[in-house]
Design a protein around this ligand. Sequence first.
Ligand code: ZN
Length: 343
Amino acid sequence: MFETAIAGSLPKPAWLAETGKLWPKWQAEGTALDQAKLDATLLWIKCQEDAGLSVIGDGEQSRQHFVHGFLERVAGIDFEHKVEMGIRNDRYKAMVPQVVAPLSLISRVHGAEARFLRAHTTRKIKFTLPGPMTIVDTVADRFYGDRVKMAFAFAELLNQEALALQAEGVDIIQFDEPAFNVYMAEAADWGVKALERAAQGLRCTTAVHICYGYGIQANIDWKKSLGDEWRQYEQILPALAASAIKQVSLECIHSHVPAELMALLKGKDVMVGVIDVADERVETPEEVADTIGRALQFVPRQHLIACTNCGLAPMPRAVAEAKLAALAAGARLADERLAAAAG
Ligand code: ZN
């Protein structure tokens, strides 16, 4: 059977946070908020299991945003005085905190969520962390004066958290690096090395997610500017293929990425995006199975994991639930087709 997993985020229920937003406001505070986050996590564990996914995540229910959830536990960052910064090569402006002193972890970041996830499912669990290059691209630097130096400082902190997550029974630790698709030369030069620093010493499965972003307007406009064929992966996948990272998560369905680029990841597990996150229309199992079939031309069956293109966070909850079901049903259908073809 094909393994099935989500890239990371899932929508937050309306009682936990504002819906339809990438940076939603919480609907509670203090211990009530802590409880609500875990309640929402439990809900999504159940939904993923019911859909039939083989790898379960926390749906990132406990963090407001995939980067800032981590930064909130880092000393050396000034959250009081945010500044506007163009991020992902100026694709959009965001109010970001500033690095003002040497970085260190104030406390564990995701210990409570990881232990909760481990306690409530017997399936494999995956935990996501932002990658060092993407973090560097989402904060303002007033201290290090050098992107590489700052990336390695963050990589050390990510490594501390990742080792602790492993000790808590996390099976797969995934770093999210959407910035790799924006700064391809830098990614191949030092981004992958910073990623390996973040994953240093891990014996559990390590993964990286590289995508073209959530289905928000700024990303949709950017994608239109990329032409008919998106070959960004071509510049970074060779460096990843040579790296210690075991799994790579890529966009595929409805993407202009040529499928043959997946062949550059020989020896790696490829998490193939078979669910579109920029379109609320729910895929049919046939579409999902067809996408898996195309990927199988370039990725051996034992290395293919069916996944979503990116996180499902800004989508309506019912759509996300239906897409999880389509993901699992499509993977089952792809499996049946292979069995039928083998006679
Ligand atoms: Zn993504």
